[in-house]
Design a protein around this ligand. Structure first.
Ligand code: FES
Ligand SMILES: [Fe+2]
Length: 458
């Protein structure tokens, strides 16, 4: 919790007894020292002759408490937005539920000739704070069910969730025992480090080959990541440590999560698609996410303007690409300088982006992660970090604005088809360069999409 939230609580704790003290002294029933003592122990009501306050005052007090609680939540609590597949990204149709529309679009969409569905690289599983010592959690990523657990000593391990003995789900009732995860069905124990079976409660001998697949994982910048390579090759790079986050100077002020229906490459390709910025992301965020209304002339009085360029980084950082962006807001044709934002987005591998933002209100870091759940289903998260003394409401506003812009993208991604040989003009050249750059994350054996029509319902 940022320090100023403690400050807010402290002010409340001091203010309430102070007001009570003033009330008591004015009432002339006690001297100031007694009043303070009584107020501090919350004895205000009992130390004075009880008179029922008028209903109007009570109602006013109730409204004041509700407004204070609302302001506390709005200004000081981190933002949490979680949208599942059918919440956003589809045109609603009369007579159909959101879920029906989402499933219908998924079934009917032309998929085109898709690149492999799971690139090689690091992918975010969850935030570190979501996994306490001795806790086990089940996650579905890369089309696999995995069991993620933290030992009492604090180390994190990731194993295939299905027990090789008789197939129980290790994440459903499995127990963390030392550095092992014990299956809830017959009690076999699997070591987190390498998945080796370390004990079978009723057997004399543990077969050497008894093991479950263990996944390379890493805890960094407050996140738990796993490494995926279709050929089982060990990591060739790691996500960078962001000093401000790692040392705790910058704290998380909010997270958004969206489940989207698209090929994973569509999302990072957005950074190299410079032309869409001033079109799709041009209308003011206040116009919302409905693409059928954001282009209305009613919003012509204000717009976001973007200048951007995208470049792959040279070796040895060839797995990184960088986008430099300048964001401006124009109101009635005049630039609103206070809304200027300079952004540098570093895409690290196929699924992690660190977006550093410099604004008149302070500096922020948006951490974006895209993790494949299934071949055409991605979990997209954004977390905003900033310095301890930057008000949370600013970070929340920034994240909300980002979320609106992302939901416009989702409306496109959820409905578009992948075009393997797009019709590009010279100004689109960075898209072609991005495709060549991203191809490094696929191997010959990278899995490809197979149509299983009956399994597509959400
Ligand atoms: S199924 Fe896991 S121990 Fe039997
Ligand atoms: Fe976009």
């Amino acid at each position: 919790m940022p320090k100023y939230r403690y400050l807010f609580l402290l002010v409340l704790v001091i203010l309430v007894p102070s007001l009570a003290t003033v009330g008591l002294v004015q009432d002339k029933s006690v001297d100031i020292h007694t009043a303070w003592a009584l107020a501090l122990i919350g004895d205000t009501f009992w130390s004075t002759p009880w008179q029922c306050p008028p209903v109007g005052q009570l109602a006013l007090l109730a409204v004041g408490v509700v407004i204070a609680a609302w302001l506390y939540r709005l200004l000081l609590c981190p933002l949490k937005i979680s949208r599942t597949l059918h919440d956003v990204g589809y045109n609603q149709q009369a007579g159909y539920s959101r879920k029906d529309v989402a499933n219908d679009v998924r079934r009917r969409r032309r998929r085109g000739e898709l690149p492999p569905v799971y690139p090689n690289g690091w992918f975010r599983l969850m935030d570190s704070c979501q996994l306490r010592p001795n806790q086990v959690e089940g996650v579905t990523v890369l089309g696999e069910k995995l069991a993620v657990f933290r030992s009492a000593a604090g180390s994190v391990s990731v194993l295939d969730a299905y027990c090789p003995h008789l197939g129980a789900d290790l994440a459903v009732g499995g127990q963390v025992v030392g550095d092992c995860l014990q299956c809830p069905f017959h009690g076999w124990k699997f070591r987190g480090e390498d998945g080796k079976c370390m004990g079978i409660p009723y057997a004399e001998k543990v077969p050497d080959f008894a093991r479950v697949k263990s996944w390379p994982c890493l805890e960094r910048n407050g996140c738990i990541y796993i490494w995926y390579h279709c050929d089982g090759i060990d990591p060739t790079w790691t996500p960078p440590v962001i000093d401000e986050i790692a040392c705790g100077d910058w704290t998380c002020r909010g997270t958004t999560e969206h489940i989207i229906n698209a090929h994973i490459e569509e999302v990072p390709e957005n950074a190299a698609d410079i032309a869409h910025l001033n079109y799709l992301h041009g209308p003011l965020v206040a116009a919302g996410v409905d693409l059928s209304s954001i282009y209305s002339s009613a919003w012509d009085f204000a717009k976001h303007v973007w200048r951007a360029e995208w470049q792959p980084d040279p070796a040895p950082d060839a797995h990184i690409s960088t986008m430099h962006t300048q964001h401006m807001v124009y109101l009635f044709g005049r630039k609103v300088s206070i809304a200027d934002i300079k952004a540098t987005a570093r895409q690290v591998g196929p699924g992690i982006v660190f977006l550093f933002l410099e604004s008149a209100f302070g500096n922020f870091m948006l951490v974006q992660s895209i993790t494949p759940v299934e071949p055409l289903l991605q979990r997209l998260t954004h977390s905003v970090y900033t310095g301890r003394w930057v008000p949370t409401c600013l970070a929340k506003f920034l994240l909300w604005g980002e979320s609106v812009q992302v939901e416009r993208d989702i409306m496109i991604w959820n409905n578009k088809c992948y075009v393997p040989r797009p019709l590009l003009v010279r100004e689109d050249s960075s898209i072609a360069r991005h495709r060549r750059w991203y191809a490094q994350f696929y191997s010959e054996n990278s899995p490809r999409f197979k149509i299983e029509r009956n399994s597509l319902d959400w």
